[in-house]
Design a protein around this ligand. Sequence first.
Ligand code: SME
Length: 177
Amino acid sequence: MFGFSFDPNLSKEEFYKELTKTLRALVSGQRDLITNLANASSLIYHALNSLNAFKTKPVNWAGFYLTAKDNASLLRLGPFQGKVACTEIKFGRGVCGAAASTGKTQVVPNVHDFPGHIACDSSSVSEIVVPIVSPASGRVLGVLDIDDEGPEAFGEADKAGLETVVQILLESCDWTE
Ligand code: SME
């Protein structure tokens, strides 16, 4: 009943249309934050890796860091798919920290060229990190982080698609500030 499959030949634009439709269905009737972020991580990880475009350079990590309740400039590990990861990242550090401190999506073609990159998994080469910004307060509530084993895995279509994913999650979950 929860199975989903995507045509492996979809363009990125078509893919994100399907992904966001599936995500909306997946979170409907459920507002718990951790529950929805857990399923969103799994959906994103498996859906991206089902595309032919990612066959030779698979996504190796997809998930969330959330702003700590006890420290407004610290990200703490949230629900994810992939290998175990660093539990805390300060705002301003690495790619996640850059997204959190600027409130802007970071698309990094090669992490080895990114000053201060935090190598949780040495197989990560490129990544995209989308900040989760509260529409009410403008505060950064966390980030969506996706890492890939190949260079230049993400571009404009991923940025647009994943920013829509974050928008859906902002609207469909109970976030506390
Ligand atoms: N890629 C991140 C660190 C987190 S892990 O890769 C899961 C960064 O440099 O911000």
